[in-house]
Design a protein around this ligand. Structure first.
Ligand code: TXA
Ligand code: MG
Length: 341
């Protein structure tokens, strides 16, 4: 495919077009509340393989299935009442929303989705446009719509820039509200554990279940069958380095030396803008939020990394938020993004 994908406004006509494309075996990019996804119909083996080709993703990395509601989830899993009660409790509290359940799968779930595992990852997204497509198409498998290993997309334009020559349609649902991928909760074993941190934290889940949930342990779960948990992922092309309080931790003369060509991303505009103006570093200092709000930081992180990746800096230095709430997920994505450098 040589022409760039068309970005469709979220109208009834566009939804009809997208659903028709899916039913003809195409893969399409759709907005979710977390990041944009690259979707295919769950029963369509050819389309599912195309997802892996478009993303250049290894076949041993399983996909998340997106469903409209609990009955559709239940159709795909083989769990006892007790386990389903837990799913129901959590769904009442957090779904539709950014929470993915890993559960024992039914044999009918294609192996290519689960990468041969006995479990399947399923979530109920809340984005109204994704839900409208789900209502008409049935369950959709959808990884994030980025080339494997690169920064996840939170705008329709991000998808077009990085894989627009490989797909035909992108449905525009605006900027993603959450901005980092869903929390992945493994309920398939004896102990419940967080495989990927997101907006819904271990603490929030534990409170609802009234049972202990193992918090996310960075890089320990380097299970090669779940590369989203690989140490290196989400990386920009430009060298990325992280700091806690000041960029001076990694570039000691950052403020004094006007010739060095690095960008610094701080968490809060209020703190940084006066310094930036006073020292004349306008072109080098960026921020993720007005005053350090973690949800705003999460919403803006991938977009800013992508933006700076096009600006020919020698390196990007980014401040890491505190390990609290969604800050855990932001810190996790940043450390993995920086791991290859
Ligand atoms: O927010 C999200 O979850 C986004 C949007 C598009 O819904 N999707 C997403 O998908 O992040 P993806 O493919 O980029 O990441 C899915 C992660 C991978 O790390 C994969 O290894 C893990 O889910 N995963 C999928 N099935 C699994 C399973 N059965 N057991 C353990 N991990 C699984
Ligand atoms: Mg991904």
């Amino acid at each position: 495919m040589s022409e760039l994908a068309e970005i469709l406004e979220p109208t009834e006509d566009s939804i009809v077009k997208i659903v028709a494309a899916l039913s003809l075996g195409d893969v399409v990019a759709l907005p979710t509340e977390t990041v944009y996804g690259l979707a295919a119909i769950v029963g369509d083996g050819t389309a599912l393989r195309k997802i892996f080709e478009v993303k250049a993703r290894p076949l041993l990395d399983p996909l998340i299935v997106h469903v409209l509601n609990l009955p559709s989830l239940r159709d795909l899993v083989d769990v006892d009442e007790k386990c389903f009660d837990r799913v129901r409790l959590l769904a009442d509290a957090f779904c539709p929303g950014p929470l993915t359940f890993v559960l024992k799968k039914k044999k009918s779930v294609p192996d290519i989705i689960s990468a041969g595992k006995k479990t399947v990852a399923i979530r109920m997204p809340s984005h109204p446009i994704f839900r409208e497509v789900l209502r008409r198409s049935g369950p959709l498998a959808a990884p994030s719509a980025n080339p494997f290993g690169y920064v996840s997309p939170t705008r329709a334009e991000h998808v077009r820039t990085s894989m627009g020559d490989k797909i035909s349609h992108i449905l525009d649902g605006g900027p993603c509200e959450v901005g980092v991928e869903s929390t992945i909760l493994d309920l398939s074993g004896k102990r419940f554990s967080i495989l990927r941190p997101g907006a819904i934290t271990a603490e929030m889940i534990g409170n609802v279940l009234g049972e202990e949930v193992e918090p996310y342990r960075p890089f320990v779960a380097a299970d090669p069958s779940a590369p989203g948990m690989l140490k290196q992922h989400y990386s920009p092309h430009t060298k990325l380095r992280l700091f806690q309080k000041s960029v001076k931790e990694i570039i000691p003369d950052f403020w004094e030396n006007s010739t060095q060509n690095s960008a610094a991303i701080y968490l809060s505009r209020k703190e940084m803008e006066p310094q930036r103006m006073a020292i004349g570093k306008e072109k080098h200092i960026f921020w993720l939020s007005e005053d350090g709000n973690l949800n705003e930081i999460a919403r803006n992180m991938f977009a800013l990394l992508r933006q700076l990746d096009t600006m020919q800096f020698d390196s990007i230095c980014c401040q890491v938020p505190k390990k609290d709430g969604i800050g855990i997920a932001v810190g996790d994505r940043l450390s993995r993004a920086a791991a290859k450098f």
